[in-house]
Design a protein around this ligand. Structure first.
Ligand code: FES
Length: 202
């Protein structure tokens, strides 16, 4: 696999607040194991850098942790939550792995493409939206699922997907979680087991 890294030619460094935050993360790990903080630091660098990691940001994280650039790039290029090229203001990630696919992710993908006018890996011309395809988001019980703004939008179909995108476009933060009448990951229609046990008995 070829990994393309984009250089902006501009130095990257954490804000003073993010330096303090990064040091707190590193302090969670034993002496000499600071490299274990690579993932939270990459997240913070991505957040500060407008949603993506430039070559300079990757190098900065490597220097901050005193680990080789290549080790940082290995992590950043393995996980889909790290973006190695510029993204739009709103990043929508649609899961298309088997459980989501079986539960209708094709419909969700089609609704996203129609509402945004772009395909996977693309950004709208106005720079507002990027659409990404991701592997299992770990929420299969509520498939099909998409992620946006640090939240999961679950139990989607074409209508709810379109509604969510339109709400984001209007500047709203749509309600996250199941988009059908379901409590969290409980069975649709309510509990199916242990219904006769009074509160406190178990
Ligand atoms: S397959 Fe989509 S959340 Fe697991």
């Amino acid at each position: 696999m070829t990994v393309n890294v984009v250089s902006t030619g501009e130095a990257f460094e954490f804000t003073p607040e993010n330096v303090a935050w990064a040091k707190q993360q590193i302090a969670k790990y034993p002496e000499g194991r600071q490299a274990s903080a690579v993932m939270p630091l990459l997240h913070k660098a991505q957040e500060q850098n407008g949603g993506w990691l430039s070559k300079e940001a990757l190098e900065y994280v490597g220097d901050f942790l005193d680990v080789p650039y290549m080790r940082v790039l290995e992590v950043a290029s393995f996980y889909t939550m790290y973006n190695l090229k510029p993204v739009g203001k709103h990043v929508i990630e649609v899961c298309t792995t088997t459980p989501c696919w079986l539960r209708g992710s094709d419909e969700v993908v089609a609704a996203c493409k129609k509402a945004l006018g772009i395909g996977f890996g693309e950004t709208t011309e106005d720079g507002e939206f990027t659409l990404l395809e991701v592997e299992c988001a770990g929420a299969c019980v509520n498939a099909p699922v998409m992620a946006y703004g640090g939240e999961y939008y679950e139990d989607l179909d074409a209508d709810s997907t379109t509604r969510i995108i339109e709400a984001i476009r209007r500047g709203e933060k749509p309600k996250a979680g199941p988009q059908i009448d379901r409590q969290a990951s409980a069975p649709v229609g309510g509990p199916t087991t242990l219904q006769n046990i009074a509160r406190g008995e178990g």
